[in-house]
Write a protein that binds this ligand. Structure first.
Ligand SMILES: C[S@@+](CC[C@H](N)C(=O)[O-])C[C@H]1O[C@@H](n2cnc3c(N)ncnc32)[C@H](O)[C@@H]1O
Length: 254
């Protein structure tokens, strides 16, 4: 956990620069989340591992829930990037804290919708944590786990792809975990198109925009970026498909 915290403390200030220069990407993604979770204004919503709230603030704009969205993250530097808004309620905590009851939901709960976007891979005991989170859901509760598949098309260097594949959980295993917690579950895939200028992407690699890049020393990262520059020397604008698994869970009707 310490390593994860260090990683996000280091990148917090630049995190939003990576994708926000393309507002359509973030907007399209947030709409997909709103649809998948079937969010409505009356839902009590939590975004667990919300980071800087880059997507949470769009969700708020899309749905305008009557209660603020609970924005949970264990890294203060990430939470500090969330704009002050009556619609967003930051909570410095790990998913495990909520799951175990060490930290109570501020309004006592339950939750109607939980979003875990690109945070599940950081949870060491995912099954126990997810069981605990599922226990916070109301009778019509829904969960959406957004995650990258095991192999991705980002223009990373070869070692980064290999390391990513070693670390990333398989979405079908995550769907099994959701079912084991007593929820109905499904997996679907969404594709978002990304276009990034090569030099901007170099900057993203340098600032370790994906946590897998935190696995490499300065020298290894420099060597990887040289490899990247060589591979894409004739491609000033990188276009790639960003595939995501949407693993849904919902409380079965009684
Ligand atoms: C890749 S970022 C995703 C942030 C945000 N959901 C987004 O899509 O922009 C992963 C986030 O998970 C958070 N995180 C790491 N371990 C966590 C844990 N045990 N519980 C909750 N969040 C965690 C990190 O601090 C980080 O902000």
């Amino acid at each position: 956990m310490d390593r994860t915290v260090e990683h996000y403390e280091r990148i917090a200030a630049t995190y939003n620069e990576h994708w926000t220069y393309n507002p359509d990407y973030v907007r399209g993604f947030s709409h997909a989340i709103t649809d998948a979770l079937r969010l409505t204004a009356s839902d009590a919503i939590a975004d667990i591992g919300c980071g800087t709230g880059l997507y949470t603030r769009r969700l708020y704009e899309d749905v305008r829930p009557t209660r603020p969205i609970l924005c949970v993250d264990p890294v203060r530097a990430m939470l500090d990037q969330i704009p002050a808004s009556p619609g967003l309620q930051p909570l410095l905590a790990e998913a495990e804290d909520l799951a175990s009851g060490r930290v109570a939901l501020p309004d006592g709960g339950p939750l109607d919708a939980i979003l875990l976007k690109e945070s599940i891979h950081h949870m060491p005991d995912r099954r126990a944590t997810f069981d605990g989170l599922a226990g916070l859901l109301s009778g019509h509760g829904r969960v959406l786990i957004v995650m990258l598949p095991k192999s991705i098309q980002h223009p990373l260097f070869a070692e980064a792809h290999e390391r990513f594949e070693q670390l990333q959980p398989d979405p079908t295993e995550i769907a099994d975990m959701v079912a084991a917690a007593g929820l109905r579950s499904s997996v679907s895939y969404r594709t978002f198109h990304a276009a990034v200028e090569r030099e901007r992407y170099v900057h993203m690699l340098e600032s370790r925009y994906m946590s897998v890049l935190g696995e490499f020393s300065e020298d290894e990262l420099r060597a990887g970026i040289d490899q990247f520059r060589h591979s894409y020397r004739d491609t000033p604008l990188l276009r790639f498909d960003d595939h995501f698994a949407f693993v849904k869970g919902w409380v079965p009707a009684r």
